[in-house]
Write a protein that binds this ligand. Structure first.
Ligand SMILES: [Zn+2]
Length: 102
């Protein structure tokens, strides 16, 4: 059903349906035209900020840790690598404590 799942998420790679002319997307869910879920959109914005240089890697790392990365293994490969690179940047590792939040 290609016409139904007409978008694929650039973050997790999942196919989903979004209609850019639907009212609920225009007014409430503009991120649906880019990613399948709000958490993917958050990741998308962080990675975008990094690429453009508007987001410092330390800040990106902090923000990524507040995202749902439980599906990281199934993300689009280059996205997963980018996220892992950011998360692996030096800095103190508070990773273990954060897992409780998920
Ligand atoms: Zn997604």
């Amino acid at each position: 059903m290609n016409h139904y799942k007409n978008h694929s998420c650039p973050i997790c790679g999942k196919s989903y349906h979004a209609c850019s002319s639907c009212e609920n997307i225009r007014s409430f869910q503009p991120w649906r035209t880019i990613t399948d879920t709000r958490s993917c959109y958050k990741i998308f914005l962080i990675l975008n900020g990094c690429r453009k240089g508007s987001l410092h890697s330390a800040e990106a790392k902090k923000q990524l840790k507040s995202c749902d990365l439980s599906q990281l293994d199934s993300f689009v490969p280059h996205i997963r690598e980018t996220i892992q690179n950011i998360l692996e940047k030096e800095e103190p590792d508070y990773d273990k404590d954060d897992k409780k939040l998920f």
